[in-house]
Design a protein around this ligand. Structure first.
Ligand SMILES: Cc1cc2nc3c(=O)[nH]c(=O)nc-3n(C[C@H](O)[C@H](O)[C@H](O)COP(=O)(O)OP(=O)(O)OC[C@H]3O[C@@H](n4cnc5c(N)ncnc54)[C@H](O)[C@@H]3O)c2cc1C
Length: 319
């Protein structure tokens, strides 16, 4: 009896193992695709790994924190037959004759080239700060850029805290810190854009002061803490938290050959259609780096799933 050789499943290279990447890899398995996940850090899970706040948007686990939700997702992910390269960076991506060729470098220095039938970008976002504030944070451990650090959760109590920023993260953290006996001032350069529930909750507290249209003229950090100066006023704080928002992790696109680089939106996110296809055939994107209307774990999971479905439709029947 002659048996036909089994076709090898199309390989999907997924960059990033946050909720979007993990969900896409999981969905690839059910659509007969072979996921190969490339993650820069040493763990899967993405930004929610450090989220000590309850996740309000995942139905079914009321009150569960982002950390705990992520632990469950990562345990499930680790039990699946998914090849994952941790602490691995993409060095380059080119289109070969019929497949993509991705060169990778592991943190140990080992290099390899893999072939993939499709690529999914799922690298999320990173907190943004000006170069001056980044420099201050490098010089002082009392300057923290972005939310969700364990220092914020455990290390700031009975202190004077300055938060710069006017979005949800700024006011959510102001409330969190005020509940831990801290005195908090939040300065934003425009008006507060945080959701109304946070604005109302902050406005009702004596230990939180919200100041609009105000950027410090000068900031310095030393033994005596953080000094912040405004016209006619200089104040000392124990901590400075910078909550300016997030920028998409798209720097790896510089390592794509120019013809493979997908179009970006005006805000610098990866532009996708309803099926998570980018402008480059064979390249898809899911999760926060696509600027969804409401970035969240459920949104990232849904987009990862949709990307896998699109790949199955676009690729499987072509081979
Ligand atoms: C403070 C805060 C609170 C939030 N609260 C909630 C909430 O309560 N509920 C909720 O549902 N959502 C919440 N979110 C949003 C949620 O965390 C994100 O929408 C979700 O994590 C997006 O998933 P992602 O997979 O797109 O990206 P991420 O979770 O950012 O994962 C991206 C992954 O890609 C990796 N990566 C980055 N660059 C590279 C590279 N070059 N190569 C390889 N890998 C790379 C990263 O290491 C990471 O593992 C919150 C976000 C923040 C910041």
């Amino acid at each position: 009896m002659i048996t036909e050789p089994r076709p090898t499943p199309p390989v999907v290279a997924i960059l990033g193992a946050g909720p979007a990447g993990m969900s896409c890899a999981n969905a690839c398995l059910s659509f007969g695709l072979r996921p190969l996940v490339i993650e820069r850090s040493d763990q899967a899970g993405g930004v929610q790994r450090r989220n000590f706040h309850p996740n309000l948007w995942m139905l079914g686990w009321p009150g569960e924190t982002g950390e705990s939700l992520t632990r469950r997702m990562v345990e499930h992910y680790a039990s699946l037959p998914i090849e994952t390269r941790y602490q691995t960076e993409l060095l380059g991506a080119q289109r070969g004759k019929s497949v993509f060729r991705l060169s990778l470098a592991e943190s140990g220095g080992e290099r390899e080239t893999i072939q993939a039938d499709a690529i999914v970008l799922a690298t999320g976002m990173h907190p943004y700060a000006t170069p001056e504030l980044e420099d201050l944070a490098r010089r002082s451990p009392r300057v923290i850029i972005g939310p969700l650090s364990h220092t914020i959760r455990d290390g700031i109590q009975d202190a004077d805290v300055l938060i710069l920023g006017g979005g949800d993260n700024a006011l959510d953290h102001a409330l969190f810190l005020a509940e831990r006996r801290n005195r908090v001032r939040v300065h934003t350069r425009g008006t507060f854009a945080a959701r109304a529930t946070f604005r109302t909750a902050c406005a009702g507290r004596e230990d939180i002061r919200l100041v609009e249209n105000s950027t410090p003229l000068r900031l310095s950090a030393g033994q005596e803490g953080i000094l912040a100066a405004w016209p006619g006023e200089e104040l000392r704080f124990d901590w400075l938290l910078v909550m300016y928002g997030y920028r998409p992790n798209i720097e790896l696109l510089d390592r794509f050959s120019p013809s493979l680089r997908p179009d970006l939106t005006a805000g610098g996110h990866v532009h996708v259609d309803d099926w998570q296809r980018t402008s480059t055939p064979g390249v898809y994107a899911a999760g926060d780096l696509t600027a969804p209307a409401q970035p969240s774990v459920p949104t990232a999971i849904a987009q990862g799933l949709a990307a896998a479905r699109a790949i199955e439709r676009d690729i499987t029947w072509r081979r």
